[in-house]
Design a protein around this ligand. Structure first.
Ligand SMILES: Cc1cc2nc3c(=O)[nH]c(=O)nc-3n(C[C@H](O)[C@H](O)[C@H](O)COP(=O)(O)OP(=O)(O)OC[C@H]3O[C@@H](n4cnc5c(N)ncnc54)[C@H](O)[C@@H]3O)c2cc1C
Length: 713
């Protein structure tokens, strides 16, 4: 049985040493080797290293052989390379048989048993992932009296793919992630090539220099943990795990998500596949059929259609679950451009010009979406309204008003169009009890699932191939140079694509590990409030955010059926970060928040006291919080023909549609980011990926409870 803490060990060379093999070579051939000027341990080392190379080459070229077979076969060639003129005369078959017999008797390294025990005592499940044969490797533990259950021993032989091919590690990683609520397991090895490859595949990496002495991080990159000894490495894994218990894991799609109000009547394309089999190749793969993936597709089609359609690319949308079953199908339905809150902090940090770009860009979404909904007659309850942000805390209201004043003075258009109501008037203006200040501006509310499914249906009618329930497991560069430069592996086969757009928001780092800690899955909760038949409150005609203080806020929209969709509930769960931060499981509700909104309207809204309003549905969804609070849009650094659009930090509705338009220009025409009209701050860059500061933590955690830095990957 595994726990949520898992360490996967390499075995031979890591927990098991080579000394016994070297001793056997010395006992059998030592004098003869020394007479030839060959040190027995150097011959042993060379033999092992050459065997590892040939084993890997065979695996890479599709001719996998078990390691022991390769190792034995290379004995005489290694002697030849060491300078023995007639190896098969010089050493007999019995010599080789003797040495191979001793190879089966390799011993655990000093400290190996202690290392395993320390980890088990700290609650870790220990696994082994070996290039060796299971029987031989299992025997090493049995001889040493260390319990290693057969089900925890995994060999590359099972799939015929040798380490360090990333595909060798992936099934082990995926199994452990899936079984452990998305928590990232450790990989521990004494070979830097091994642990570095495992880490690139998505594991956390622990290296012991007990065998190689020189870690060579300048070649292989940083490690999460390095120590000279095996017990020391175990200590550091345990300590690292404890101090990073809220840090990034590999996000995993939960199979049975909670059903949101918006998804109670699924669209005909919800689980649709355009073709029974996956196409073998296409021009563009879009991963993710949420607001971002569908909008990018929409804009690519618009761009190519406006050019006569001659160059219309073949597009395949790969969606791991149902269409629009991610955050877009389970959010608050609030289209709410920021004009003074985060904009003020952006202005302080990046200057008024960059901040105004963001504010103008977000504001444009209301009118742009209104126009498309009207033009295409989209049935999605789209309504343009005044949003009211109600402040309950005097001190928070003051600091927001300061930022607002600075932006107005600096000439930020959207802030100037935002109305401020303070003092005694705030409660009458908003209808919210205890309001001390309000900011009001133009916003919208809608049924996001219906909007996106309309656009998706249109795209499918235009020839886009939609494949739902098709989870992408990796995106790899094709080995040979072909126009289809990306191999997109999925749960149902592989597609070759010229270009790939990753629109997976909170799940991004599962496919692009360089975004681990940069886009973190965060579980949010939404509820629908209704009043029982015969009861009602005053009809709300505006949308609301109620800010109780710096970290506690709720947001709600009124619906034409009299119900209210509301999100937030942060006091119910914020003190338990394990339940929401770094969590990609939307199959469970946040138990502590389920009844949070039951008497919410009565408590906060004037005239609702006798409404008997209560919560009739609760669901969760996964947002993608970026470490600096800004979306990542544009070419993935260092990866030609691969783009990202994600990291919307719970605020995608007024950002995604036009970000997707800009991205489509990059994908179709190769337009440079700076010429797309997108806010400069949205560009994904290597500098943002290298940043270790977690700038956003102050606004999502309670003061003093936040991790302030993220690990450098
Ligand atoms: C509870 C909640 C309330 C919210 N309220 C609001 C709000 O009121 N206003 C607002 O502006 N924003 C809100 N948001 C945020 C907003 O919903 C998101 O910013 C936006 O929907 C993100 O869209 P997306 O397409 O990037 O991501 P998603 O909608 O999550 O789409 C990503 C898609 O990728 C798929 N996918 C992931 N991994 C893979 C893979 N490996 N292979 C194939 N497919 C994959 C997922 O299944 C999913 O369908 C809220 C979010 C939540 C969760």
């Amino acid at each position: 049985m595994s726990t949520s803490k898992n360490v996967v060990f390499d075995v031979v060379g890591t927990l098991v040493g080579y000394d016994h093999l070297f001793a056997a070579i010395n006992a059998r051939l030592g004098d003869r080797l020394r007479a030839e000027g060959i040190k027995p341990s150097l011959l042993g080392y060379t033999w092992i290293e050459v065997a590892e190379r040939e084993y890997t080459y065979l695996s890479m070229s599709g001719a996998y052989k078990p390691f022991g077979t390769v190792f034995e076969a290379l004995f005489y060639r290694t002697l030849w390379m060491a300078g023995i003129a007639e190896p098969r005369v010089w050493a007999s078959a019995e010599d080789l048989e003797y040495i191979m017999g001793q190879y089966v008797g390799l011993k655990l390294r000093p400290g190996a048993a202690e290392c395993v025990q320390k980890l088990r005592d700290a609650g870790f499940t220990v696994w082994c992932f070996t290039a060796g044969e299971l029987q031989r490797v299992g025997g090493y533990f049995a001889q040493a009296g260390v319990d290693m259950p057969a089900e925890n021993l995994i060999s590359c032989d099972e799939r015929g793919i040798g380490k360090p091919d990333p595909e060798a590690y992936r099934p082990v990683l995926e199994k452990l992630v899936a079984e452990n609520e998305g928590k990232t397991p450790w990989f521990a090895a004494g070979h830097m090539w091994d642990v570095a490859a495992a880490r690139r595949a998505g594991f956390r990496g622990a290296y012991s220099s007990i065998w190689e002495k020189e870690p060579l991080t300048e070649l292989f990159g940083d490690m999460d943990v390095i120590d000279d000894t095996l017990p020391g490495m175990a200590d550091k894994i345990i300590a690292h795990h404890a101090s990073h218990s809220v840090k990034a894991k590999t996000p995993a799609l939960a199979p049975n998500s909670t059903t949101s109000f918006w998804r109670t009547n699924p669209h005909a394309l919800d689980s649709y596949r355009s073709t029974e089999a996956l196409p073998e190749e296409c021009d563009i793969v879009v991963v993710g059929a949420g607001y971002a993936g569908v909008s990018v597709t929409h804009h690519i089609l618009e761009l190519t259609r406006s050019e006569g359609g001659a160059a219309a690319p073949s597009i395949v949308i790969l969606e791991g679950r149902q269409a629009c079953s991610g955050a877009t199908g389970r959010n608050g339905g609030h289209l709410k451009p920021d004009s003074y809150n985060r904009i003020a902090t952006l202005s302080d940090e990046f200057g008024i010009v960059a901040a105004t770009e963001v504010a103008e860009f977000e504001a444009r979404h209301v009118e742009t979406l209104r126009q498309i909904v009207e033009r295409e007659n989209i049935d999605c309850d789209f309504t343009v309204v005044d949003a009211i942000d109600v402040q309950i805390s005097e001190s928070h209201a003051r600091s927001l008003k300061d930022g607002y004043d600075r932006l107005v003075a600096a000439g930020c258009g959207p802030t100037r169009r935002t109305k401020y109501v303070g003092g005694k008037e705030a409660e009458a203006f908003s209808g919210v009890k205890g309001a001390v200040a309000c900011f009001s501006y133009t916003a919208g509310h809608l049924w996001p699932y219906k909007l996106i499914m309309h656009l998706l249906e249109k795209a499918v009618r235009q020839g886009v191939n939609l494949q739902t329930h098709t989870q992408v497991t990796s995106i790899k560069e094709a080995a040979t140079s072909t126009p289809h430069s990306w191999l997109v592996r999925t749960s149902r086969g592989t597609i070759r694509a010229k270009k790939v757009v990753v629109a997976t928001n909170g799940y991004t780092s599962a496919l692009l590990p360089q975004y681990r800690d940069k886009i973190v899955p965060v579980r949010g909760t939404c509820s629908r409030i209704v009043a029982p038949a015969g009861h009602t409150g005053p009809r709300l005609t505006r949308t609301y955010t109620i800010r109780h203080n710096e970290w506690n806020y709720d947001y709600l929209i009124p619906r034409s059926d009299g119900s209210i969709v509301v999100g937030g509930a942060r006091p119910a769960f914020i003190d338990n970060p394990d339940s929401w931060y770094n969590v990609s499981d939307d199959s469970r509700v946040l138990e502590s928040a389920v009844r949070y909104f039951d008497d919410y309207m009565q408590k906060h809204f004037v005239g609702w006291d006798e409404s008997h309003a209560y919560t009739d549905r609760v669901w969760t969804g996964i947002m993608g919080y970026s470490s600096d609070g800004l979306p990542h849009v544009g070419p993935v650094p260092g990866h030609e023909n691969q783009w990202i659009i994600g990291g919307f930090t719970g605020h995608g509705m007024p950002q995604i549609f036009l970000a997707a338009e800009g991205l489509a220009k990059m994908v179709v025409h190769g337009t440079e980011f700076k010429d797309t009209g997108l806010p400069r701050l949205f560009q994904t860059t290597q500098a943002r990926l290298d940043e270790t500061k977690m700038a956003i933590s102050g606004s999502i955690f309670k003061p003093g409870a936040a991790p302030v830095a993220v690990a450098k990957l």
